[in-house]
Design a protein around this ligand. Sequence first.
Ligand code: GLC
Length: 557
Amino acid sequence: MQLAPRTERLWWRDAVTYQIYIRSFADSNGDGIGDINGIRSRLPYLKELGIDAIWITPWFPSPQKDHGYDVANYFDIEPDYGTLADAKALIAEAHAIGIRILLDIVPNHCSDQHEWFQAALKAAPGSKERERFHFLDGKGKNGELPPNNWPSVFGGVAWQRVIEADSKPGQWYLHLFATEQPDFNWENAEVREHFENILKFWLDLGIDGFRIDVAHAMIKAEGLPDIVEPEQGNEMLSATQHPFWDQEGVHDIHRSWRKILDSYPGDRMAVAEAWVSPATRIARYLRPDELANSFNFDFLITLWDAPEIKGRIVTSMAAMAEVGAPSSWVFNNHDLVRSVDRFDLGLLNVDKSTLHRQGDAKKFNLERGTRRARAGAMLMLALPGGAYVYQGEELALPEVRDIPEDRLTDPRWVMSGKVDRGRDGCRVPLPWHHEPTGAFGFSANESLKPVEAWLPQSEWWGKFAASQQDGKADSTLTMYRKALAIRKVEAGLGDGPMTWLEVNDKVIAFARPGNFVCYVNFGKEISLPAGAEVLLSSGPLTGDKLPTDTAVWLRVN
Ligand code: GLC
């Protein structure tokens, strides 16, 4: 494929997008909860970091049963996060400094407090209000059994029985996620129209695109057939066909959304959260009339192993090339154990128990995990395509494992029968400063008085603070700033060709145009090419040798 020069390419083919988990990014009003004005106050930090766009997790009014992924009204802002006026100010200020904004849109389900769901509860079986969701009669003599055997992603069954107007138990509704997140029925024309209006509402306000939550789930197989192995639970990423994941009909929705995006000026885009595998299935979301990006989940759950990672890169790039789309590399998000821990402990993120998800704290080696996460970041930023960075990744934050059980908030914790601590450990509010008061500067004015954040910040959190890393030559923050600055000026980085270099099976090495070379060493120390200029390394080099778990960017002759 012939590529346009960097300056003329569509921005999202190369963008580095920074994910803001709004509740935990920055709190401007001292209530312990992050907010829009907190984001505004940190725009200079984001600018200095060198990212191109931000993706903000759902900021709509929500009872926060799944921290905003349970939306009560798609046309407004959660009062804890601010107002529409704040949102408009943020959009204007971000654009003024060249940062684009993506919003997280949640089309598969809403909150049980959404007015449509409240109306459906009050309406009778078979009514048009119930048609917007999946309400069905139960099985068994008195309808006491769920309509099918689908499990919820968060644990337990995916159905909840309601009490009807006659005060008796009646129909069941489908919720693939929390009980408070009823699934929309996307066969219903009103649902489709509702979402078209939502997209236009936010595009009219000037946002640059959307991250589409569970973009592979909206359409369910006809008749909602049972699955074969319900006792296995419900994993988002699975190569087996499921009647609720990756159905053909979702592509029609994405095609119609693409038309809406294209009807606006300025290269608006959407990125799919489509937990599908293998990469050829992901590529189907990126066909020329569908979406721009789709997170590369095979990459996101990889082990720290050279052949494994290289294999995933090769298959992703081949699949994307088939449809002319860029790859979207990602190592972290708000749903997964942070890469510092994952790469050290070999975690796969797919098991149901806390031990399997978070690994054994006693075996965790922070220093080694940090080294690997840093090397991984430099690999990701040198690969062709775009990258997604989750807040705190630039500080090498580890997973937080010591949140007391009575402070855990993720619905996974309760719905799993308290065997899976859930995702709170990667969502702890960011440490900005190590204040004399002992606080970490997440909330404004914490230099005067500490504020209790919505998730507790352990006392060891302060050593990762942005202010502790600012200006320090060997900090992870400095490494990210330098890497992003180099990426901006190196014409050969971002989208475009790459050539593999063979060293040994413990090394990933490749060249990009402009005599740029990236080496990532997973094994024993190796020698670097003689006379090469070191542009950046993820850790100290020993002379002209690259130690284990270290990446380097070189200019070669
Ligand atoms: C997505 C989100 C996750 C949320 C789920 C249900 O996977 O990333 O945080 O819980 O969808 O909306």
